[in-house]
Design a binder for this molecule. Sequence first.
Ligand SMILES: Nc1nc2c(ncn2[C@@H]2O[C@H](COP(=O)(O)OP(=O)(O)O)[C@@H](O)[C@H]2O)c(=O)[nH]1
Ligand SMILES: [Mg+2]
Length: 469
Amino acid sequence: MSLQIQKPILVGGLVVAGLLSLDLLSHAASNGNALMLGTMAIGGGYWLWSKGRGAIAVQPIKIDPSTLTRLSEQVKLIADQLTIEGGNSASLRQSLVQALQEANRQHYRLVVTGAARVGKTSVIAALPATDFISVQPLELTETPALFEVDGAKVQIDQALQQADLVVFVTNGDLTATEFAHLSKLQQQVVVVLNKQDQLAPADRDAVYQNIQRTLAGITNQVVAIAAKPAPIKVRTIAASGDVQESIEQPPIEITPLTNSLRTVLAESGAQLVLNTTYWEVDRLKNSGKAQLNGLRRARALPIIEQRQWIAGATAFANPLPALDLLATATVNAQTIVDLSAIYQQPFSIELGQSAASAMGKLLLQLGLVEVATQAIGGILKTNAVTYVAGGLVQGMSAAYLTRIVGLTLMEYFADQDVVAAQSNPVWNSERFGTLLQQVFQANQRLTVMQEFVQQGIQRLMPDTKPQVS
Ligand SMILES: Nc1nc2c(ncn2[C@@H]2O[C@H](COP(=O)(O)OP(=O)(O)O)[C@@H](O)[C@H]2O)c(=O)[nH]1
Ligand SMILES: [Mg+2]
């Protein structure tokens, strides 16, 4: 079957899908793979899509050794900071040493992945029999099947993270899900079209070329193999006219894969190991940062609690006549300064004051003061107390908004470098505004607010017995 791919793109894509459908019909039926035709059509669609967009920028980033060194320095800094702040940095340090030692290993880690029953195990079984493996030590691992409803997502991710090179196996048809998965891979990938023996010889080129084109922006390593071809029945008719049937085992076709592995590893094996190491150290950095932020959070929360009830009690005793005053009362420059110190972004009191006034304006602009006041008023009326003391809505709103601002500050600082690079950090009001809305929304659930109101009544009016409905 010869294909005219030079036609207008749209027609070309449909022709590919259409012609393949006919030829694959028998195989699709014998596999019980009713989706095959549909997915071929999708494959054609992707081709159009990738053509239209040019190359998809997912080629692995080239990490150079100095980038890795800089990242390692950051992890060390985080470990030092953990020690300073009373945390345990031993396991982070040890993991870093291990990760960097791994960078010198002499073998490559190949992880074979793909959907269920595409032939992952068969590929791994076929490889050791080749000459190539005897000269090039490889560690071959198979992930659990991708795309299963109750799939082992964690194990899959963990296995893939270890890979210097991913060998992605498919049956020769590329589904939308497979394509999406391939485009997200961090590593270089060799795509293996297995079970070539199931395709009519005339179709092989067409399927192969179509997939190669679809994946042009992702990898140039696409190989067609048969890791474990099915036995075939052969009929011979003797001169006498007697028909004889025998079962023959077609040979394994694995050479295209070994050739591809040889090329990729010779060209960029060292680079691939460097990349794996880089991403491993990057994960260490994130987990160290999370550990550090956990410590800081534990120190910041009591400060926020304390300040929220101070703001609440003040507004309760001296009810503020206007929303803008309420907004101002909830953002306290000293709280900003204190939290910034915990997160090693020390703000001067002047910077704290200007940030506080920006935050007050933001609370009003976003309508958060009004929303909070109304919600709290509503809760108080319906199910918290039998009567609403004057100023209680105001006091409670001041406490609530102080808390929201404090929680947002924690998120804001947690995002920054673990130790400020400069002595007077820059205040990014826009970033704060985005986080403020997120935190506000996350705390807006009725149950969260009701609980807060209950606490507030006990704090602000300790003699009142709240009536819980
Ligand atoms: N016809 C054919 N069948 C294959 C080929 N490779 C694997 N299979 C069959 O596909 C099924 C699944 O293979 P397996 O390697 O266990 O797939 P895995 O689930 O991805 O590990 C088995 O029945 C294999 O015999 C191949 O190249 N040709
Ligand atoms: Mg398997």
